[in-house]
Design a protein around this ligand. Structure first.
Ligand SMILES: [Mg+2]
Length: 370
């Protein structure tokens, strides 16, 4: 079955606000084959740059986008496609946006593999994959602590067992930071797991002082307190923090994860399947995590494609958990149709072959960037 076309599908809200919400635009990849089977994947990146990495036409050897490399290849040969993409993009790769763009293609090829074999992707990743995955609600901090109660109460009513707040005003003011966390804990009560995403705002000394300040709120983890590449800082913090440290969503290459996992020993590692190279690379990162007992929990703040991919991937882990973005953007909530259901803090996956996702054409047409 040959790949006939690799199509970048680019979407953006008409008004993009200056907030840390990555669901205001997105880049999906649709891979078409000569058998009529198609696959969907998601790229988590700067969408305009990643789109060029996929679409750029050939002008000379190594001067072309990823679509030109993969079109004409056999869709079943994912490993070969990965290698060809790495080799063919050597002048402008291998990490960063190239790896992010590769991720969408890899994901779409796994979607196709599942459809060919009549199996949901999780069953191809592990023989012991489960059908239900615990998830945590994930939103940004509001500007003021008193605004937290409304969202927290909604999460409680909906049955969430774990909630993460992040970014927004967190960082420069220790009093405000504590007030945010205290308000979240008070609103959620003591039975709910509470994660905090600092949004890479501190150096190691400041992060450690925040850990001391926030430890009484019983946080499930503290995410990205430092620059994502501060390996030494993460090592120091992971060794001394009484709150488990989580990081990894910004990394793209396996060698970077190796440093974060093996050298820094972060207890929670968060590969984003839309950045690391899709399922193929995600499997390898989880193997690294198993070496140190680090827990791999996917970062997933995108559309329903990334949600489906991350949940399928998490379902094949030893201790499944996934992020479930509650960002209000129609690209996050409506662009993709799927049969994943939520109840009492758990996502239940359908047995649909592949990823079980299709585009919601009405929303796709409304927000498509030509
Ligand atoms: Mg994060």
């Amino acid at each position: 079955m040959k790949v006939t076309k690799v199509e970048a599908l680019h979407f953006r809200l008409p008004v993009v606000r200056e907030i840390a919400d990555g669901t205001q635009d997105c880049l999906l990849v649709q891979v078409h084959t000569d058998a009529g089977i198609t696959g969907l994947g998601e790229v988590v990146s700067c969408s305009y740059v990643a789109r060029a990495v996929i679409e750029a036409p050939r002008s000379a050897p190594f001067r072309h986008g990823l679509a030109a490399i993969v079109e004409g290849m056999f869709a079943e040969e994912i490993e070969l496609a990965t290698q060809e993409m790495i080799d063919g993009s050597i002048w402008y790769g291998p990490g960063g946006v190239v790896r992010q763009a590769m991720s969408g293609i890899d994901m779409a090829l796994w979607d196709i593999r599942g459809k060919i074999l009549g199996q949901p992707v999780r069953n191809l990743l592990s023989q012991t994959a489960v059908n239900q995955v615990p998830c945590y609600a994930s939103v940004l901090w509001p500007d003021q602590p008193e605004e937290i109660t409304a969202s927290a109460e909604t999460f409680l009513e909906q049955g969430y067992q774990a909630v993460k707040y992040g970014w927004g005003p967190m960082g420069p003011d220790p009093a405000l930071d504590e007030s945010l966390v205290a308000s979240a804990r008070e609103a959620l009560g003591t039975e709910i797991d509470l994660m905090v995403d600092a949004g890479r705002v501190w150096d190691v000394e400041t992060a450690y002082s925040r850990v001391e300040q926030l430890k009484k709120y019983d946080l499930y983890w503290l995410e990205e307190p430092l620059n994502p590449y501060d390996i030494k800082g993460y090592r120091e913090l992971s060794a001394n923090s009484s709150i488990p440290i989580a990081s990894g969503e910004a990394l793209t290459l396996k060698k970077d994860f190796k440093q974060l996992i093996i050298q820094s020993k972060v207890p929670i590692v968060q590969p984003d399947l839309g950045r690391v190279g899709g399922f193929s690379a995600g499997q390898k990162i989880d193997l690294l995590a198993q070496e140190t007992g680090s827990r791999a929990v996917p970062h997933a703040f995108g559309t329903g494609v990334l949600l489906a991919a991350s949940t399928q991937w998490a379902a094949a882990r030893q201790k499944p958990l996934t992020e479930f973005t509650r960002a209000p953007s129609p690209l996050a909530q409506e662009l993709v149709l799927h049969d994943i259901t939520f109840k009492d803090g758990m996502l239940t996956l359908p047995d649909t072959p592949g990823l079980g996702v299709t585009l919601n054409n009405h929303i796709a047409e409304k927000y498509r960037v030509s």
